[in-house]
Design a protein. Sequence first.
Lengths: 605, 380
Amino acid sequence: MEQTLDSIRNFCIIAHIDHGKTTLSDRILEATKTIELRNMREQTLDAMDLERERGITIKSHPVSMAYTAKNGKTYRFNLIDTPGHVDFTYEVSRSMGACEGAILVVDAAQGVEAQTVANTYLAVENNLEIVPVLNKVDLPSANVAEVTQQIEEVLGIPMDHPLLISAKTGLGVPEILEAVVERIRPPVTRGRDAPLRALVFDSVFDIYRGVITYVRVVDGSFRVGDSILFVSSGQTTQLREVGIFSPDQKPVEVLEAGQVGYLVGTIRDPADIKIGDTVTSLKDGSTELLPGFKEVRPMVFSGVYPVSTDDYEKVRTGLEKLHLNDSAFSFHPESSVALGFGFRCGFLGLLHMEVVQERLRREFDLDLISTHPSVIYKLQLRDGTAVDLDNPVHLPDVSRIEQIEEPVIKATIICPSECIGDVMRIVLDRRGEVKATESLDAKRVILSCLLPLNEILIDFHDMLKSVSHGYASMDYEPCGYQVSDIVKMDILLNGEVVDAFSCMVHRGKAVARGRQMCKALAETIPPHMFKIPVQATIGRTIIAREDIRPFRKDVLAKLYGGDVTRKQKLLKKQKAGKARMKEFGQVHVPQSAFISVLKGTATDE
Amino acid sequence: MIPHLYIHVPFCDGKCHYCGFYSVLNDAHLTGLYTPLPSKELELVVKARPKIARFSPRTVYMGGGTPALLGEAGLSRLIERLSEHLSFASVEEWTVELNPASVSRSLLNALRKLGVNRLSIGVQSFNDATLARIGRRHDARAADQAVHLAQETGFENTGIDLIAGLPGVTPAIWQATLEHAVSLKLKHLSVYALSVEPGTVLARQKEEGLVLPDDGDQLSALKHAEAVLGQAGFERYEISNYAQPGQECRHNLGIWRGNDYLGLGPAAASRLGDARWTNDPDVAGYMDSLAQKQLPPRTFETLTPTDDALERVTFALRLAEGIDPSVVAQRFACLRDRAATWEERFERLMRHGITERGGRRWRLTARGREICDAVIRELL
């Protein structure tokens, strides 16, 4: 398809969760008659229940549309639906790197939220033209004037011609399409004959064709048969297919500068493709990387174990399959004294962790236990060596450790003004620091905070939501490391360490956390035949203890011929119920116990 | 050869509030029709399993229901007909369950003549108010008289049943009942913790708010019984059973030790090799089927060798004699691997005061007896 650069518009839609990004995408597809409405859901989005349930998108879903504007010219719109959650900031920024503009959707009733701010900053960093729109203006609770003012003041975006829409009814959508043409600039290139450079913004795996790489061509062009080079990874391949999203993948002869499309070579392992990498031709290619590339590394780690050891291979298969389309998480086999064989998994963040674990459970029908999440601690040993620690179990003997550094995040929290005190208290309680507060409008404030990452691993979001009655929103990004007094806390059941519960905590918070974990375990582990002490220890010192009282009585009074077989069956069935629990020493621990220690909302008085 | 025979007589002259056993209201016409039926059932069972023809049980147990409601003539006829298909020649112990209300000298004489040598009298309590509260149709005096009459008629081996943890029973009342029982010079005593069986009057009363003793109260009543009876020379040879030395119920011992048994009558259960069956609790169905020379409606199944073996060995934990894992391994090859792990399990439980070792055998401690089922689950 011949296409002048002038008639191409590459853009994305950015929004806070539930502000209407997906609905607006649907309306745009409908307005450009790209797909029939009834097929839309299945075709435009991976039909991943979890994504829809949680209102998050994990993958990019580019789609190409033809739009005939009022000026009579036909334009090629490439809409890149970006991953929409906090853990995927880097992926979002690379998707933005493939665009010249962004439609910023703000809910006219809710106003600017944490992700609105974070996404806008990202868009500005990526030099995108931002087209702000106020969605849901038909709602009675919409407050156009105030939200307009927020966008101007907080985000610094001029609102001379605010676009007022209702993605639900389609009101204002034609105006958006015109605004895309008028306000978002066409792609700029050094030329279609210049040395090839294209930006990798995502990849998916197809069992027949292997890895399919999504690219935005910046300079030059791709043709089938070309040999290409991924500059950062050094990976090379020969192209077997190039194409565009129209909206399904559609092969084309040539993919040219300014266009968004996909490449199919002979690469089978998605881990070979790095998002943000630059693709060029193997011969006489450009040596110049496109800006913004970085290696993403998992930040949060957790052990994932099958409840039944027989399921180990099933877990491996599940992880491998998920990894094909989400190479952002890492996994490698590990073993735990308590849990047997499993995998250490690394995730980009908390939500990412939850999503991957939930997908394993649902899509592969696995009963899983996940261990206490951990971050990467940087250890300085006395002998001068440096160690990265992602699993407390591997902590060297404390006498060998000079110092421990923990990762810090920079968090942006938006909350109603009346609960700023509570929010600040939570932040301080989590060893955080409020760097700045700023009024968003008459009712809300923005807090900029620094927090140790390990303090938000457990229930931080829940606490935030709870004190703000659900109104607080948060976004965060990594912000280096700090030296900290971190110790390893173990949990003992019936006198035996259960390594799956071991975690790293700040010394000052160990007692409270230990009590909380002991209490949670004592409440979820059912009574046994004997008393079970649940203890938290640091080294050899016991810092907290709870006892699980034994059950009083479990015996049939009368057992004669008539009952024997029936009774035996009943005992066998009860026994089978226990098989779903993990047995440590003589203690049966249900899955709910693993979840309860991770919730840990029980406040200690 | 089948060592144990059970005959169920499913008639009662009323329903006690706690009773979950199968019975129907007594009716002279029905009992008349019933007497020849266990024999007919046996004939059909033998037809299907010729190997057991004319077997010669070592123990016979007639329970119910109230066997005495068949009358002296009825009981004689029942036994007479049965002896067409089996031999009573080797019977060492022959027990009949009796209700104090239906004991008479002539009945006892008739039973003795048949060969019955052991009586189990359902006393439950020696407190009149308690007896009335649970729907018993006799008082303490009648129970007393029944025991004395039995002993006078020459039934040396006479025992009674008591229930611990009945509603409204204070520690003082329980103490009095136990002391009275001890004074009767009995050979055997069963002390059951009250359990609420589905479908009973008691279950309904509980639903309606009747407060029953909690687990703690019940356990302390049982503990008290063990102390009082122990002092009087009774050994607690099973969770709920006490006997003077050598007077244990051999029939039930055989079942707890894992022997085969044949049960006749509605709701009766049988264990023969890997076969298990239980007749439906349905007198009408029982009668109809046998009239048509068909086995009564029942549930039948064949167990796997492992399930069969486990059932036969694990309930021995209820007995004071306990379990010897090495003997289990010898008796059942299919349990060899499992029994090998028991030693370690018992040892760990010993550290918590749940099991104890006596020579090569493992048995439950006082605490272990309170949670016997949980220990058995460990062995499965």
